[in-house]
Design a protein around this ligand. Structure first.
Ligand SMILES: [Zn+2]
Length: 367
């Protein structure tokens, strides 16, 4: 999820402070990358809108009578941040019917499985994007659930859904999101998320909504301490204690406060690190932060955030963090993903077996 508040950050990449060193993208060892690509992967941070293929967006936009700013083959090449926001908003308005959501989920799973052996994914979606167009939550849900089921049937990839509150839309809309989610419970909707501009207010603002979600048995996560705005590391503590979050999206800025880092390490917290940010200017900050978090002993799993729109995929996410052979590091990241995913115990155990088997094969010497 993105917002124009990120633009302010691009102009002056916000330093993380403390252990947030800079790290450039290193060349990848091709043989290692090929081996790593085959390891089954868990992805816990991908937004349905940001995962939409450009070609699909082109078709859906035409169907909805929305004008593209340029041809489909260059649609995701942005001239600047506001250009990116325009395309993102367009995509958010183009998914309108259940079949559109089904297609978006199905196509992403197909792409990510092919690119990097995706085995399990948890998708964010923002019901509020379509409130102004009168598209009901149930219609969005119907399509997303159909997509999840079709993806498992066709590709053997499990998926879960996390409706997300966008901080931008304010309290009434947040309440409506939770009302609708709780009124239409289904097995595929497993938790509640929080995204949007983090500098518009502290996590405590959303305490009531998260309390209701928790009381209804939903899991909780939140985008927190991202690197585009100077938000305090203590937001991690608020998400943990006030919102009851069980895992955390991004989290880079906690490196600015060693006390908070130590608390998160003691908590065994898992963060969904996304190695490819929306613009290249933040590459070095992002990669440095993920390395710093791992070096500090924090649990980090890797994800793509808005993969199609950021021109990346799940295999590249791993290559950015592990350009050279590092089976132990890879095993840590894989274990964090399995641990933090919200599958039921049986499915989680099967997933862990698959991942462990693949990692064991990587450790075996070549015959
Ligand atoms: Zn995100």
């Amino acid at each position: 999820m993105v917002d124009d508040s990120r633009d302010r950050a691009q102009a002056s990449a916000v330093p993380l402070g403390g252990a947030g060193a800079l790290l450039t993208v290193a060349p990848t060892d091709p043989a290692w990358a090929a081996l790593m690509r085959r390891v089954p992967k868990v992805e816990l941070h991908v937004h349905v809108v940001g995962a939409l293929r450009a070609s699909t967006l082109g078709e859906l936009a035409a169907e909805a009578g929305l004008r593209l700013p340029r041809p489909v083959d260059t649609l995701y090449r942005y001239s600047g941040f506001y250009d990116f926001i325009e395309v993102f908003r367009l995509a958010a308005q183009a998914l309108r019917r259940p079949a559109h959501f089904e297609r978006a989920v199905h196509e992403y799973v197909e792409d990510a499985r092919r690119a990097g052996a995706l085995a399990h994914v948890e998708f964010f979606f923002n019901p509020s994007y379509l409130y102004a167009l009168g598209v009901p939550y149930r219609a969005q849900l119907e399509g997303l659930v159909a997509g999840v089921r079709a993806a498992e049937r066709d590709f053997g990839v499990t998926a879960l859904l996390i409706p997300s509150i966008d901080r931008e839309f304010g309290d009434d809309v947040a309440r409506r999101v939770v009302d609708e989610v709780l009124a239409a419970r289904c097995d595929e909707v497993v938790g509640l998320g929080l995204d949007g501009p983090e500098d518009r207010g502290p996590p405590e603002r959303f305490a009531e909504h998260f309390r209701r979600a928790r009381a209804a048995g939903l899991r909780r996560t939140a985008h927190v301490c991202e690197d585009y705005a100077p938000t305090p590391a203590a937001n991690y503590l608020a998400c943990r204690d006030v919102l009851g979050c069980e895992r955390f999206d991004h989290g880079y800025r906690i490196l600015g406060d060693p006390t908070v880092v130590a608390r998160a390490r003691d908590d065994g917290a898992v963060f969904t690190g996304c190695p490819k940010p929306s613009t290249r200017e933040r590459d070095a900050i992002r990669l440095g932060a993920i390395a710093g978090m791992r070096a500090a002993g924090l649990g980090v799993t890797l994800a793509t955030d808005d993969p199609a729109m950021f021109d990346t995929d799940i295999a590249q996410a791993y290559e950015r963090v592990f350009p050279q052979p590092d089976v132990d590091g890879l095993a840590q990241v894989c274990a964090a993903g399995v641990q933090a995913c919200w599958l039921d115990d049986d499915r989680k155990a099967r997933l862990r077996e698959r991942v462990d088997e693949a990692l064991a094969a990587l450790r075996r010497p070549e015959p």
